[in-house]
Design a protein around this ligand. Structure first.
Ligand SMILES: NC(=O)c1ccc[n+]([C@@H]2O[C@H](COP(=O)([O-])OP(=O)(O)OC[C@H]3O[C@@H](n4cnc5c(N)ncnc54)[C@H](O)[C@@H]3O)[C@@H](O)[C@H]2O)c1
Ligand SMILES: [Zn+2]
Length: 443
């Protein structure tokens, strides 16, 4: 009680047991307790399939049994914090502090028994639900962290393999069946590369593809896993900032076509994503900057200066933010689209540059600038942290790319903007305004 379960459940787009029981019973929990007693409340709870279990649910052996194979997350918050949150409320079991503390102590052993994962806050809960593990030193424990006990094909690029490949191989131990290398960068995301990987893979259906590398490696190896033998399990182990806060989360995999980036792919949710922030220590500064553009984007969407956090916490919070929007909207039919903040402009500039000489991070920095200006927001964070510089590309080419990307309707384009109460996607913006902001990004 008071740990923040309802908040975490809402983050996941899930439901809270108490809400569900209240709507089933047609009256508030406090009233059920008063009028029918705790036993009736527990019986109602037992019958309810829930996202957030009431704190007392695990006292029922039937609930503990039912949890069996279900991923069960213990939101472990200290007793003082819980009490501070519930004191003075009408919750029946939170009327007397001594009794509350006794109950807290009694139940801990039961929670420990049923929990698959222990979480400290709502962000940890989201990460656990998404199968994302963020943990310094995780690479050294890869053998246990890759789900299942079948063989593993380790896929990497030569840069990353040269630095972290041996550690990964040692950690995988006897599960390591084969190793593969893809070219570094976007060259990995071609049909030729994936065709070679398909033909080289020897795994059967019990096997797992482990993708160790940046977003290009995880995108290409993820697509190979999504399609090889009609789909086998995969575990990305992202090594770049872009991949740790963005690319390796949410199950999108993709290849590029000459017509544009990421045009062929699949949604294939990883069995687990293993994020070891220590791996970022070998990342070149230029690549770190690429990642910061996505970090700033995430912070703007979350409405919190996530970019100010120390590195490991920054990675955890950005990963959790992306995981939450993907869990709530896995196939991008709605809110997941907000992750494209600034990206319509960015993609147009990248296309106009012919995908050369302008990195995605620099393009996103410019795109964020335009999105903030159109939202009537302060742009200083983007300017101070990302220092976007106007690019030399053909204006008409950029405008055409933008138009094609967004299929303008009735003289308006649909963009993600920041409103007073958070991000809004699919906002209709007059073409003239969009064109004006696009032009400001071009030297
Ligand atoms: N699937 C998604 O949802 C999604 C989201 C965002 C981006 N992406 C994709 O991600 C790709 C960009 O990812 P990226 O920037 O990680 O590119 P990348 O994979 O090319 O990595 C960048 C460079 O850094 C090197 N590198 C990576 N980790 C390192 C480390 N720890 N130490 C030293 N060097 C290291 C790589 O070898 C490479 O040369 C793009 O293709 C983009 O489309 C996908
Ligand atoms: Zn991006």
């Amino acid at each position: 009680m008071g740990a923040g379960k309802s908040t975490a459940a809402r983050e996941l787009g899930g439901i809270d047991a108490d809400d569900l029981i209240e709507s089933t019973a047609g009256k508030p929990v406090a009233e059920i307790f008063r009028e029918e007693g705790e036993a009736v409340f527990r019986a109602l709870e037992e019958q309810t399939i829930v996202a957030a279990l009431g704190g007392g649910a695990v006292t029922s052996p039937a609930v503990r049994d039912a949890l069996g194979d279900t991923l069960t997350i213990w939101l472990d918050v200290d007793v003082d914090t819980c009490w501070a949150r519930v004191r003075g409320s009408d919750r029946p079991l939170a009327q007397d502090e001594a009794a509350f503390r006794r109950l807290y102590d009694e139940r801990r052993a039961l929670y420990a028994e049923v929990a698959d994962v222990v979480a400290r806050d709502a962000h940890d809960v989201v990460l656990a639900a998404a199968g994302v593990r963020v943990e310094r030193g995780a690479l050294q424990r890869l053998g246990e962290l890759v789900p299942g006990d079948g063989p593993v094909a380790l896929v990497s690029d030569p840069n990353v393999a040269g630095i972290h490949g041996m550690d990964a191989q040692l950690a995988l131990g006897s599960r390591l069946a084969e190793t593969h290398e893809l070219p570094p960068g976007e060259d990995a995301k071609t049909l030729t590369t994936v065709d070679r990987l398909w033909q080289d893979l020897r795994l059967d259906r019990s096997g797992t593809v482990v993708a160790l590398g940046g977003g290009c490696t995880t995108d290409a190896a993820g697509l190979a896993a999504a399609t090889y033998l009609r789909g086998i399990e995969w575990t990305p182990v992202p090594t770049s900032l872009v991949a740790q806060v963005d690319a390796a989360i949410g199950g999108k995999t993709a290849l590029d076509l000459p017509q544009g980036k990421n045009l062929v792919g699949a949604f294939h949710w990883p069995a687990r994503t293993v994020i070891d922030p220590a791996l970022l220590e070998t990342l070149p500064e230029q690549q770190r900057l690429e990642g910061m553009a996505e970090v700033v984007k995430t912070g703007l969407l979350a409405g919190e200066p996530l970019w100010e956090l120390p590195q490991d916490e920054l990675v955890r919070r950005c990963a959790a933010f992306k995981a939450a929007s993907c869990l709530r909207d896995p196939h991008e039919r709605g809110e997941r689209a907000m992750l494209n903040l600034g990206h319509t402009f960015a993609h147009a500039l990248e296309a106009a540059a012919g995908y050369e000489g302008l990195t995605h991070g620099r393009a996103v920095a410019l795109g964020l600038l335009a999105a903030l200006r159109l939202s009537g927001r302060d742009t200083s964070v983007v300017e101070d942290l990302l220092r976007p510089q106007p690019v030399r590309v053909d204006r008409e080419r950029a405008w055409e790319a933008m138009h094609r990307d967004k299929k303008a309707r009735g003289g308006e384009l649909r963009l993600v903007l920041l409103g007073d109460d958070g991000p809004r996607w699919d906002v209709a913006v007059p073409e003239a305004d969009v064109r004006r902001e696009l032009d400001r990004l071009i030297a």
